[in-house]
Design a protein. Structure first.
Length: 291
């Protein structure tokens, strides 16, 4: 069962040690990401302590539950990319980005994986920041799952996570449009601001159906990789989007009212949003309205 969600961006610029003298430019973004992650894990621990999952977290096919004997639920980190699951518990090196920055292992003795996708690497950096401030989260990070997904696989993953008997904390790594202004990574596009404003409005609404309505084709055209992971979020809440990739302006409620019911369960908050380097980035927190 999905308990709490944090949405964070995944650029290497989030790693302060890579940015040198320019690191301070994104301090507010990093602080917001730290808050979103720590609140999500805190909520998961609190809810799991009150209502431990049957069988110590054994689920319905979404993968392993928490470490045996732990009162905690399952932390799942999902980023955009070809479907795959990674062991990210070892040390992570950012040497490929120009500086020999190494994030310590989450589990002592775990090997370094030099093939981690960038969104997973950045999430590991955020994990190290969270652990420095909240060592009580160590067991959740040690047993975390690290996944990349896209397409139909994303919806299937979300459905499995939503049906799992364990309490699930979902951390989604997602970037917005890459076309903001003349210095953006992609050609400037006047539609970028409107698209990212729509994403932020959906995240702030606390309504999964609003996320399901986002124009996936437009997002992909603008270089927004969040289109690959929003279906995980939507499906995990129990909302079933209409066919066609979220192009329906009149909502996504099923005939049985599943969309409306899911929309009543959540409180959404955008903690930070901007496009300082031409890419739309947002940090958001979703919490159940009755915890």
């Amino acid at each position: 069962m999905l308990i709490t969600v944090a949405v964070v961006p995944g650029p290497p610029a989030l790693v302060a040690e890579l940015m040198g003298s320019a690191a301070a430019e994104l301090d507010e973004l990093r602080d917001a990401a730290d808050r979103a992650v720590s609140v999500a894990l805190r909520d998961l621990i609190a809810v799991s302590a009150r209502s431990p999952s049957p069988g110590s977290g054994a689920g319905s096919g979404a993968g392993p539950g928490p470490v045996s004997g732990s009162p905690f639920g399952q932390l799942v980190v999902v980023g955009p990319g070809e479907p795959g699951e990674y062991n990210a518990a070892g040390p992570v090196s950012f040497a490929g980005f120009g500086r020999d920055v190494v994030v310590p292992a989450l589990v002592e003795g775990e090997p370094h994986d030099g093939e981690l996708p960038t969104p997973i690497m950045v999430a590991r950096y955020l994990a190290s920041r969270d652990l420095a401030a909240h060592p009580e989260h160590a067991q959740l990070w040690a047993s975390a799952r690290w996944i990349t997904t896209c397409g139909a696989d994303a919806t299937a993953l979300g459905e499995k996570l939503g049906a799992d008997a364990a309490g699930i904390c979902l951390i989604l790594v997602a970037d917005g449009a890459a076309c903001h202004g003349p210095k953006a990574p992609r050609a400037q596009d006047a539609r970028a601001q409107g698209y990212d404003d729509g994403v932020c409005a959906a995240l702030a609404s606390g309504q999964p159906s609003r996320l399901a309505q986002l124009d996936a084709d437009l997002g992909e055209a603008l270089g927004a990789n969040g289109t690959q992971v929003w279906p995980v979020f939507v499906a995990a809440t129990g909302t079933r989007a209409q066919p066609g990739g979220g192009h329906h302006p009149h909502g996504t409620e099923d005939s049985d009212g599943a969309g409306a019911a899911a929309d009543q369960d959540w409180i959404g908050e955008v903690l930070w949003a901007g496009a300082p380097y031409g890419v739309g980035w947002a940090v958001a927190s979703w919490r159940r309205s009755c915890r």
